[in-house]
Write a protein that binds this ligand. Structure first.
Ligand code: PBG
Length: 355
């Protein structure tokens, strides 16, 4: 960008002869450091902010009572039972976190080829949604729509002869969505990357009279190694056969993300999401600039694990890395962030000014 004001550049720079007693350095009109000189000035010119309103907190659920089982690859994150999830919902509400995202660790005995437990109206997610809505009615609940926590092969869709079926999977996902909404879920978040699922789910919700339910499409979800710790948490890494590259996006592409977002918006998505987060900020920015719709980013399990691992080794300050990484999402144009750091950062925001 050409600077259109001030003296021409050549006359601004005066090399002062060494030993000149009047020397006061360069004759600069523009000194960007002026705005960075003091804390109050830095705050005054600050372009982006992070508040608790920007956060969606993902929780991992497990059967039982009073259970908190640590996820080894995600320090500070536990699989929690329904009663504990209700407590965390109360804590989130007190911290002004607007929304929770729920992910079940399904008992391996309940997993099968077709993921039928996904359609059980009394499954762990539906029970937990009901319990949280009863105890904390004013917190938003987001439910993932995909079959991977329920299938014995760990894929998000129905698997036949080594292929993930598209249309047959979508038919199941529409039923899963309606069930979750009827349990009390507010935001349906399809993470499966099947073609046409947003339109089919929107239709199914409308037909069932749920016209006010939001859909947050995992619109640009890449086939990523950064989901590893999440798969440990929901118990699908041990069972996953092959990879997800026939449905999740190729991480070499960016135009394709715009196409996916365009389709999901046309089909009736209210909000779109990019996933993973930090390595994909270029995608967040392109989507925001192109479509100007509510755009979210998921700081995924592997990103969380990396920051914790480095901090645990004393290689960087974990708290500062958390804040800098979350602000990076805001700078890239994200309206909100799904992050496992949500309660920690919301607590810190409560204690006072962070930036
Ligand atoms: C499942 C799903 C995944 C994540 C959210 N929903 C994993 C996957 O697609 O394998 C990843 C979240 C994370 O890594 O934190 N459809």
């Amino acid at each position: 960008m050409a600077i259109k004001y001030g003296r021409p550049l050549e006359s601004k720079v005066r090399v002062v002869p060494a030993g000149d007693p009047t020397a006061d350095g360069l004759d600069l009109v523009h000194r960007p450091r002026r705005n960075r000189r003091t804390d109050w000035a830095r705050r005054l010119v600050r372009e982006n902010v992070l508040t608790a309103n920007d956060l969606i907190w993902p929780l991992f659920l497990v059967d039982g009572e009073n259970v908190r089982t640590p996820v080894p690859s995600m320090p500070g994150v536990d699989r929690i039972s329904l009663d504990q999830a209700v407590r965390e919902a109360e804590r989130a509400a007190a911290l002004d976190i607007p929304c929770l995202a729920l992910f079940p660790y399904t008992d391996p005995a309940l997993r099968d080829e077709n993921g039928t437990e996904a359609l059980n109206p009394d499954n762990l997610v539906c029970r937990t949604v009901r319990a949280i809505k009863k105890a904390v009615p004013n917190i938003g609940l987001l439910c993932d729509v995909a079959l991977d926590p329920y299938t014995s092969h760990g894929h998000d869709g129905l698997l036949r002869d080594g292929q993930i079926l598209n249309d047959e999977t979508v038919a199941v996902l529409t039923q899963q969505s309606v069930l979750q909404v009827e349990a009390g879920c507010d935001i349906i978040a399809p993470s499966d990357m099947m073609d046409g699922r947003i339109g089919a789910i929107r239709q199914a919700l409308d037909d069932a009279g749920h016209t006010g339910i939001q859909i947050m499409a995992y619109a640009a979800k890449y086939a990523s190694v950064f989901y590893g710790p999440f798969r440990d948490a929901v118990g699908s890494s041990a069972t996953l056969t092959g990879d997800k590259r026939t449905y999740q996006m190729d991480f070499c592409n960016t135009d394709e993300a715009l196409r996916e977002v365009e389709l999901d918006l046309e089909e009736g998505a209210d909000m779109v999401m990019v996933k993973p987060g930090l390595p994909y900020l270029d995608i967040v920015r392109r989507i925001k600039d192109t479509f100007a719709v509510p755009t979210f980013a998921y700081q995924v399990s592997g990103e969380y694990a990396m920051i914790h691992a480095a901090a645990g080794n004393g290689w960087l300050d974990g708290e500062k890395a958390m804040l800098e990484s979350l602000m990076a999402f805001k700078r890239a144009g994200a309206d909100g962030i799904l992050t496992y750091f949500a309660p920690r950062v919301a607590e810190k925001l409560r204690q006072g000014r962070l930036f």
